[in-house]
Design a protein around this ligand. Sequence first.
Ligand SMILES: [Zn+2]
Length: 342
Amino acid sequence: MEASQEDRFARQTRFAPLGSEGQQALADSSVLLVGCGALGGVLAQWLVRAGVGHIAIVDRDIVEETNLPRQVLFTAEHARIGSPKAHAARDVLAAVEGPTRIDAHAAHLDGDLLLRLGAEADLILDGTDNMATRYLVNDYSIAHNTPWIYGGVVSSGGLVLPVLPGQGPCLRCIFPEPPPPGTLPTCDTAGVIGPAVGLIASMQAGLALRILSRNSDHLEPALVELDAWTGSVRHLGVPRRDDCPTCGERRFEFLEASGSRADAVSLCGRNTVQVMPTAKASLPAVEARLKEAGIEVKSVGPLLRFEADGHRFTLFTDGRTLVEGTEDPGRAMSLVARWVGA
Ligand SMILES: [Zn+2]
């Protein structure tokens, strides 16, 4: 390590489990960060400031004013001009002037992009807000023996799970199937407070530093539930399951499906995108949650219609959603994840 780098990282190398060997391991490591909004923004800060060698940031969304209370990388100016989150994050993190090489991808992470970016990654970090991407990443992780760290946050708390292939449970050991869209609360329907984001993402980041610095031999992966409002921390014992479709039976259906069909297609000339479901939506559940969030929902025959964020949404019973007012599939998927759940 160069002398200036030694000075820069002196406080963290003094932390005995890390030391200068661990710091060198961080400098030699590469991370794929999926999503750089709330969780992802905090994750990116900790990893870049800690001196990881390379980070690839993927995010399909743009910065909006409602992001600012908890998405720590973004400014009001980013929101005014609607910067792609990945680019805004790269620019802000570059100003730290650390040793990290930062790549930004303003894109939806499908199976093809994951195969490409995952090949360089020693670890994948979940900074997303949707289950479809997490099942895809979980498949990739087990198939390619690359660890990943799940994080989910809503209202005042959430969950963290490090997935170390061959060393503990994977996401599908715990949640075998993705929940139907609309059955889980989202940050847009149930709300979220910034400290909950910081809590969950910081635990993910701490585990990330441990794994990247090669200190994870004795790490026992556990699902941890944390709450920034009540102060509670619960370790939920979850065993690896031999009959898990992914890590037990080694079926990678999300990874295989993702390459063969479009998750969202722009409908030519209509300024509308059709987003395909990951599972069949429960329209009554979606309707109830939207109403809780103060959104006016109209039932039109078997369809649901509502407006949010300046777009009109139409939900079909087979789970498809039409998003009017955009031609950008990534943006449409992001809006559907936000308001319908995914
Ligand atoms: Zn599993």
